[in-house]
Design a protein. Structure first.
Length: 117
C-alpha cells in the first residue's frame, strides 16, 4: 500500500521559513513524479510545484517563484519543499502527491502551514 507522510508544517511569522518533507513508501519512489499542492480555506486546491522522477522541476507556481524550491532524495524516498520569505497568503494545508505525467494517484494527509502577519 502506498503511503505518503508529510511533516514540517507549523506557525511562522511573515518573512520566515519552513521546510516540509514527505516520505513515501509502498512502491518504487524513483519511478514516479512528485508534487506539492496546497489548499487554503474556501479555495480550491492548487499545484505549487512539480518535480520529475530525476529531480527536474517541471512546474513552479508564479506565486512562489523565487521563494519556494523543491528537491527529492530517491535514496531516502523523500521529497522536500523549502519555503522562504513566507507570506500570510501562503497559509494553507500542504499536500504531497505521487503519480505519472502529472496525474497523481496517491496523496498524503496534509500538513498545516500558517503564516502570521
Amino acid at each position: 500500500q502506498v503511503q505518503l507522510v508529510e511533516s514540517g508544517g507549523g506557525l511562522v511569522q511573515a518573512g520566515g521559513s519552513l521546510r516540509l518533507s514527505c516520505v513515501a513508501s509502498g512502491r518504487t519512489f524513483s519511478s514516479y513524479g512528485m508534487g506539492w499542492f496546497r489548499q487554503a480555506p474556501g479555495k480550491e486546491r492548487e499545484l505549487v510545484v512539480r518535480i520529475s522522477r530525476s529531480g527536474r522541476i517541471i512546474y513552479l507556481a508564479d506565486s512562489v517563484k523565487g521563494r519556494f524550491t523543491i528537491s527529492r532524495d530517491n535514496a531516502k524516498n523523500t521529497v522536500s519543499l523549502q519555503m522562504n520569505s513566507l507570506k500570510p497568503e501562503d497559509t494553507a494545508v500542504y499536500y504531497c502527491a505521487t503519480g505519472v505525467d502529472g496525474r497523481y494517484d496517491y496523496w498524503g494527509q496534509g500538513t498545516q502551514v500558517t503564516v502570521s502577519s
